[in-house]
Design a protein around this ligand. Structure first.
Ligand SMILES: NC(=O)C1=CN([C@@H]2O[C@H](COP(=O)(O)OP(=O)(O)OC[C@H]3O[C@@H](n4cnc5c(N)ncnc54)[C@H](OP(=O)(O)O)[C@@H]3O)[C@@H](O)[C@H]2O)C=CC1
Ligand SMILES: O=C([O-])CC(=O)C(=O)O
Length: 277
């Protein structure tokens, strides 16, 4: 069975990767190895020379360009850069009616106008499941009535240290010996206090009942090696709970599965058989 749409009718999707860290490098590598229906078109990073070195083992030569130069080269951009760059990366693609896959989901809350730009120009923002689990079930439940969504995140100390919320509130976690709850609030608050750690909570809230009604606890746990997220949903169609234990990538804040989620998303965009909503 062919796993790609008719190639003559559908030329390969040109994919730009904005940010060449833990997530971007893996996506670039898989695209270079060959992802049916997709091709790596361009890459952007802060340090261009280091990016060239990181790409030197790839089979194809890929242009390394400034963020502003990505749009003409690609049909879709994967945003996997620091959160504050989201508008600079996304806006040109959305204005051209193209697709933006967003990993820094927390930044959408402070740049909601991007959704209007997408609506106006026929573009699309895709928030993949990323480091989380079960957003298909949550979006399905949201077609009915969801009563509550609760998320509990437990992270190793290395996955949280340096977060602005901890610094501003003088919460010292580097020497803890027992798990401590460092935050109890909403994904909207966590997006500000933990911009590089809790994109998953914002993604969950956008799938379900929004960033103000979803509740979130964050624990720092010195005995953990994996970022662990548990979700509990109660709705008029189903009650469910799910959890995932993420093996960290080269970036201890980022689970390995994050890049794989984007690759699965890209694969679905050109597949004749698509599984999962
Ligand atoms: N939605 C989800 O489930 C998840 C989301 N994330 C989020 O995804 C994003 C990427 O994560 P991760 O790969 O681990 O992050 P990294 O810190 O490993 O990589 C970030 C990359 O962005 C690049 N960058 C910095 N400034 C610029 C610039 N001005 N122009 C172009 N590139 C730039 C850096 O370049 P250089 O290497 O040259 O410094 C680096 O390659 C983060 O926002 C993270 O919070 C992470 C995990 C899960
Ligand atoms: O939410 C994030 O950005 C990252 C995360 O928790 C994980 O990788 O498990």
């Amino acid at each position: 069975m062919s796993t790609v749409l008719n190639a003559a009718a559908h030329p390969p999707l040109r994919v730009a990767v904005a940010g060449l860290g833990a997530v971007g490098q893996k996506i670039a590598q898989v695209l270079d190895e060959g992802l049916p229906g997709c091709k790596l078109a361009a890459v952007s990073a802060n340090d261009r020379q280091r990016a060239e070195e990181r790409l030197s083992h790839l089979k194809q030569r890929v242009p390394v360009v400034a963020i502003e130069e990505l749009e003409p080269l690609a049909d879709v951009v994967v945003e996997c850069a620091p959160a504050q760059l989201l508008p600079t990366i996304a806006e040109p693609f959305l204005k051209a009616g193209k697709t933006v896959i967003v990993l820094s989901a927390g930044a959408i809350l402070s740049h909601e106008a991007l959704v209007e730009v997408a609506r106006e120009h026929g573009g699309q923002i895709i928030v993949p499941t990323g480091a989380l689990i079960g957003l298909d079930a949550v979006t399905a439940a949201a077609e009915g009535t969801i009563h509550s969504v609760r998320m509990i995140t437990r992270k190793p100390v290395k996955g949280l240290v340096g977060a602005p919320y901890l610094v501003q509130n003088n919460i010292e976690i580097e020497h803890i010996r027992e798990p401590i709850r460092v935050f109890n609030g909403t994904p909207r608050e966590a997006a500000i206090g933990f911009p590089a750690n809790l994109n998953v909570a914002v993604a969950l809230s956008l799938a379900g009942i929004g960033p103000d009604r979803t509740t979130l606890e964050i624990w720092a746990d010195p005995s953990l090696k994996r970022n662990t997220h548990r979700i509990e949903v109660d709705s008029d169609s189903a009650s469910f709970s799910m959890s995932i234990e993420n093996i960290p990538s080269d970036n201890p804040k980022t689970g390995r599965i994050t890049a794989l989620s984007v690759i699965a998303c890209l694969r679905k965009m050109r597949a004749p058989l698509r599984v999962g909503s």
